[in-house]
Design a protein around this ligand. Sequence first.
Ligand code: TPS
Length: 323
Amino acid sequence: MKYTEFEIISKYFQRHQRKNSNEIQKGIGDDSALIKILDNNVLAISTDTLVEGTHFLKNIAPKDLAYKTVAVNISDLAAMGAYPKWTTLSITMPTSNSVWLKEFSDSFFDTLNKYNIKLIGGDTNRGPLSITLSIYGTLEEKTALLRSSANIGDLIYVTGHLGESAAGLFLLQKKIFLKDLKIRNYLIKKHLHPIPRIYEGINLKNIASAAIDISDGLIADLNHILNNSQCGANINLNKLPISSILKENFKKKYYLDWALNIGEDYELCFTISKKNIPKLDIMFKKFLINCTCIGYITPLEQGFHLFYNEKEIFLKKRGFNHF
Ligand code: TPS
């Protein structure tokens, strides 16, 4: 029997556990766990592992690995609207190479300092290269951006552009080729240096109804919002934010697949009631980041549908799957 990552979680790890008075979330199904600390303040906890061969290639520069480890973890807190504050680092490595360690740790602390995050603990082991980071942040209880609170009629938005990280990965893996070195390096940078949408998440928490970060591809991640909120959705694929760089250099069937199914864009996908759109416009002018409406939430019975040129599209696969 083969399971997906999410089937494994729901079948084996989503068991009924007695709830303490200071725990807010019912289960383990959001981007971060939430624990009440003081008055109305909540601790948001998130953890992510990066494994050689699965999440990064063997020849990755230590500085790039350190940056990406921090960025993808911060992205989970961004999706909750939390401020990242502390982190623990568990690192498993084959040898204690001082050149590697210096470059990794310099980049790791540069990235932590940029976001004002402190390293407070961790673990160091020998073995195949793998890094686990936990990030702890804070937010006010009532403002947490959950996956479970989208409402029928809400509009569905994504920040930034989708699919460029996948193009960068395939360039690194030599699955695709580009002559133009400038564009090639730009796309590889999108893969190695995703920018966590932390300030957008913090500001969205008073405006959006639900949010998630796009790590496994838009379809899989939006599906989490739909499952947790018990809703359906209609998506207009003509509206997907695909950059002119992808459109000018690759075929449509490739960039649509990258945007929908590959992931690691670490953009936010969020839902918002129509009455909050003017507030959203003000906010995104402030951050100078584009933010695109790609569809709307429907009742659960209507299901999840994708349209391209007004015709319904049926995908064979939906999102990145580890298993
Ligand atoms: C060498 N990849 C790995 S994990 C993931 C994606 C799209 C989804 C998010 O992971 N092979 C190599 N490097 C990569 N980055 C990929 C494949 C693609 P998670 O769900 O663990 O956060």
